[in-house]
Write a protein that binds this ligand. Structure first.
Ligand code: KIV
Length: 283
C-alpha cells in the first residue's frame, strides 16, 4: 500500500493550524520504519550519530559521508516522514559552493528531503543560496553543539534578555533567508515562546520549553539506550535494560548449554544419518 509522503506545505500547515509538529532522529532502516509507523512528521539524520552510534565525545568528527551513509537506510525505511540530513562540522563553513555541493550530496546520494545547519545571521547567505537551488533548509540556533566550545560548553542559551534578543534576530535572519523551520536547542522557554510567536515558520524545540511549534528528540534518548542523555530529554522506554537482559540471557544460555535448543537445531533424516555413520566408519 502506498503512503503519502509528508511535504513542506504539510509541515507549514501544522503551524498555521496550531498543531504540534514531531521530529526524532534516526540513523538506520528499522528505526526509520518505526518512526513512520508511529506517525512522526519528520526525521533528522543528525550529527548526533557521532555520539549515540559512533561513540565520539562530540559531533566534530562526523563527516558528510557519515551522514549520507546513515541517510540511505533511513530513506529506504521511511516512506512518509520528511527526512532532514544534518550538515556536519565544516561542510558549510568554507564557501557557498561547498555548502551547495555537500547539501546536494546528502539529498542526491542519501535521499534526504532537506538539510539542517547550525547558525543564525552568519549562515543566512548560505541558507539563501541553498533555497535558491531548491534545497529546503532547517535552521538550528540556541545551543549549537558544533560550536559548543565557543559557546562555553553545554548550557542554556537565551537566559538573559540580551541573549534572547540575539537568538530572535538569528531566527528572523533564517526565516528571511528562506529556512522552512528552525530548531531551538537548549533555549530558555520564555525566549523560545517569544520567537515562536513572532516567526512565520515553525520552531522545533529541544530543551526549549513547551511553547515551540514542535519538538525534536534524539531517538536513543527516547528509547533510553544512550547513557549520557541531556537533562531535557525524556526517556519513553528503558530499552538499554531490555537489551542488556537479552544479552545476559544469551550469554547465560550458551554457557549453561541451553542454547541452541531443539527448536533452533536442524537434523538429518535417519537414512542420511546411517549413511554418514557408515562413511565415517570407513574413513
Ligand atoms: O544532531 C542532532 O541530533 C540535532 C538535534 C539535537 C536537533 O541536531
Amino acid at each position: 500500500m502506498s503512503v503519502a509522503k509528508t511535504t513542506l506545505p504539510d509541515i507549514l500547515g501544522k503551524k498555521r493550524r496550531g498543531e504540534k509538529i514531531t521530529q526524532v532522529t534516526a540513523y538506520d532502516y528499522p528505526v526509520a520504519r518505526l518512526v513512520d509507523e508511529a506517525g512522526i512528521d519528520m526525521i533528522l539524520v543528525g550529527d548526533s550519530v557521532g555520539m549515540v552510534v559512533l561513540g565520539y565525545e562530540n559531533p566534530i568528527p562526523v563527516t558528510v559521508d557519515d551522514i549520507i551513509y546513515h541517510t540511505r537506510p533511513v530513506a529506504r525505511g521511511a516512506k512518509k516522514a520528511f527526512i532532514v540530513g544534518d550538515l556536519p562540522f565544516l561542510s558549510y563553513h568554507v564557501s557557498v559552493e561547498d555548502t551547495i555541493r555537500n547539501s546536494g550530496r546528502i539529498i542526491q546520494e542519501g535521499g534526504a528531503d532537506a538539510v539542517k545547519l547550525e547558525g543564525g545571521k552568519e549562515v543566512a547567505g548560505k541558507v539563501k543560496a541553498l533555497v535558491d537551488v531548491g534545497i529546503p533548509v532547517q535552521g538550528h540556533i540556541g545551543l549549537m553543539p558544533q560550536r559548543a566550545t565557543v559557546l562555553g560548553g553545554i548550557s542554556v542559551q537565551g537566559a538573559t534578555a540580551e541573549s534572547a534578543a540575539g537568538i530572535l534576530e538569528d531566527a528572523f535572519a533564517l526565516e528571511e533567508a528562506g529556512a522552512f523551520s528552525v530548531v531551538l536547542e537548549y533555549v530558555a522557554a520564555e525566549a523560545a515562546g517569544a520567537i515562536t510567536e513572532r516567526l512565520g515558520i515553525p520552531t522545533i524545540g529541544i530543551g526549549a520549553g513547551p511553547h515551540c511549534d514542535g519538538q525534536v528528540l534524539v531517538v536513543h534518548d527516547v528509547f533510553g539506550v544512550y547513557e549520557k542523555a541531556p537533562p531535557f530529554a525524556r526517556k519513553y522506554a528503558d530499552l538499554r535494560g531490555v537489551m542488556l537482559d537479552a544479552l545476559k540471557g544469551f550469554e547465560g544460555d550458551v554457557t549453561a548449554g541451553g542454547f541452541p535448543g531443539e527448536e533452533q537445531t536442524f537434523r538429518m533424516d535417519q537414512g542420511e544419518k546411517n549413511k554418514l555413520d557408515k562413511l565415517l566408519d570407513r574413513a
